[in-house]
Design a binder for this molecule. Structure first.
Ligand SMILES: Cc1ncc(COP(=O)(O)O)c(C=O)c1O
Length: 386
């Protein structure tokens, strides 16, 4: 680059980028372009559950790349079929058919269309605090005004009700309600798990009124919370389970896994890239690793241990710690923006979930010693704040 000119970042500007260029990673560690090491508790926003540079995932991708990267959805192929079978095996009972796509938002788009198609109704109910993605359908289900208002008018037919409030939900149901969509643990909204009774009552309400129940486990799926899916903690199964993020070892992939209440018809929905052999092969490898290395149990144990240790530090600016496995939210009594940068300066990458919540989604393979460094950083940063 000509150093006489001021560098202008060619990125369009939708991201408030931090002044840091990441070069490469290994396990739960990342290095910047100057060789400084960071403990990665963002993990590609929950994508890198297996960490960075996983040799088995890399080999699966390389093998499949030589064999066949792409294949039109007119045909089935081995990695795609294997992945569908695996997803059905690990999903709650009653979920028996799969549609692949390329992201979390696309999984929610499919869920919205399937709810309308399967019921002949048009309305969808989502929760206050919900985040379901940025495409127009998913954005209509997302709650935060900051994300929604610049893009009005959104898709009609969406309402939002307070999370964990069954009376409010029952009141908002009409004869025209096609679907109710919930994150079992609200992620972007601040790491808020659903109440057990609430989820059970939502399931009963959907059964009674013929409504499609959609769980958005894009962030909470694939061992993150200590079980395959967060809804496994509750023994409540949806009609549509939407997943993405950690599913394909870091490659972009999403899916909806559906019950027999969900109807599809050839030609009414589709995607060119969705379910391509390359991502599917990575997905098969990733889920196998999660199984072989017992990553659900590891996430549960490490999450409990980390939160217990963090509580012991008695840091005054912490208002509440909420977690399920390694999906961790730490609510502070002050905005988190500047604090996140202090963590980064000390070699720990974390991010926010709303104004006052620090969010940690570390790789599930993170070592205890690495988490000890994170704890040390909490002590260093939060003891000196104010
Ligand atoms: C719960 C939830 N749903 C949907 C999405 C959207 O996923 P994507 O960014 O892959 O479109 C996200 C992304 O963070 C999410 O956390």
């Amino acid at each position: 680059m000509d150093n006489r000119q001021q560098y202008v970042d060619p990125d369009l500007g939708f991201y408030a980028r931090r002044a840091l260029t990441i070069s490469h990673g290994r396990g739960a560690r990342l290095w910047d372009a100057d060789g400084k090491m960071y403990i990665d508790c963002i993990a590609g926003m929950g994508v890198a559950a297996l960490g960075h540079g996983h040799v088995v995932v890399a080999e699966a991708i390389a093998r499949q790349a030589e064999k066949m990267i792409t294949c039109s959805n007119f045909f089935s192929h081995e990695p795609g079929t294997l992945l569908m079978e695996k997803l059905i095996e690990i999903s709650p009972p009653g979920l028996e058919r799969v549609f692949f796509c390329n992201s979390g938002a696309e999984a929610m788009e499919a869920a919205i269309k399937l709810a309308r198609l399967s019921t002949g109704r048009t309305e969808l109910i989502a929760a206050e605090g919900a985040f379901h993605g940025r495409t127009l359908g998913a954005l209509s289900a997302t709650h935060r005004e900051k994300y929604r208002i610049p893009f009005m008018p959104l898709v009609p037919g969406f309402t939002h009700v307070p999370f964990n409030d069954i009376a409010a939900l029952e009141e908002s149901v009409t004869e025209n309600t096609a679907g109710i969509m919930l994150e079992v643990v609200q992620g972007e909204g601040g790491i808020h798990p659903a109440d057990l009774q609430y989820l059970q009552k939502v399931r009963a309400l959907c059964d009674k009124r013929g409504i499609i129940l959609i769980f958005d486990e894009v962030q909470s799926g694939f061992c993150r919370t200590g079980r395959w899916f967060a809804c496994d903690h509750y023994d409540v199964a949806p009609d549509i389970l939407a997943v993405a993020k950690a599913m394909a070892g870091g490659l972009p992939m999403g899916a909806v896994i559906c019950s027999d209440k969900v109807q599809a018809e050839p030609g009414l929905h589709g995607t060119t890239f969705g379910g391509n052999p390359l991502c599917a092969a990575a997905g098969v490898a990733a889920i196998r690793i999660m199984e072989d290395q017992h990553l659900c149990k590891r996430a549960a144990d490490l999450g409990d241990w980390f939160v217990a240790e963090l509580k012991k530090l008695n840091l005054p600016s912490i208002v509440e710690i909420r977690h399920m496995g390694l999906m961790i939210g730490i609510e502070l009594d002050l905005p988190v923006g500047e604090i996140i940068i202090r963590f980064q300066d000390k070699g720990v990458l974390i991010f926010g979930a709303g104004e006052r919540v620090l969010r940690l989604l570390p790789p599930l393979i993170i070592e205890k010693d690495e988490l000890k460094l994170v704890l040390k950083t909490f002590k260093a940063v939060l003891s000196t704040i104010k």
